[in-house]
Design a protein around this ligand. Structure first.
Ligand code: ZN
Length: 162
């Protein structure tokens, strides 16, 4: 069985500028690289779970979203933080899909796809919906903020405090 860190993207790993699809808008938050490296060193898979309702709302296309996301993954890879997988909900809330966070569906799908033990895994995000999504899937879930950022939580895991 594998263990994983499930991560929200916008507002957790990169600055949230709402409906991002221009590569110029891609800015990593402070300490993210150090935190992600730490997770990797501790043997966790890194799996991004992201709601991209801008696709469903018609603000940008699936293709634009994909090329933005590809640039995001490349940028992290160059810095030694390989993202193992990404699961995206492309729907607008009105579509009433089954995969939009706080639904645990995409986390559950990743758990199956990657043989992940939820009890040894964590979810981090900047919104209550991220925390709900993770806990709905049986994963320990915590909110990141400017003070309690990803590195703060990575240190907590390293010290076996959570
Ligand atoms: Zn969806």
């Amino acid at each position: 069985m594998n263990k994983a860190i499930f991560l929200d993207r916008d507002g957790t790993i990169i600055e949230d500028k709402s409906y991002m699809y221009h590569v110029e808008d891609l800015i990593l938050l402070d300490n993210v690289v150090e935190a992600l490296r730490k997770f990797k060193d501790m043997g966790y898979l890194l799996i991004v779970i992201t709601n991209q309702s801008g696709i469903g709302r018609g603000y940008f296309t699936m293709q634009q979203a994909e090329s933005f996301h590809k640039a995001f993954v490349e940028l992290l890879k160059e810095k030694g933080c390989t993202i193992d997988a990404t699961y995206t909900c492309p729907h607008a809330p009105e579509e009433g899909c089954a995969c939009r966070k706080p639904s645990p569906l995409l986390v559950q799908r990743a758990i199956q796809d990657w043989q992940i033990n939820p009890n040894e895994s964590y979810m981090f995000g900047d919104k209550e919906t991220d925390v709900l999504c993770g806990s709905n899937a049986g994963v320990k879930s915590y909110k990141v903020s400017a003070q309690n950022n990803l590195l703060y939580w990575a240190n907590k895991i390293e010290r076996h405090e959570i």
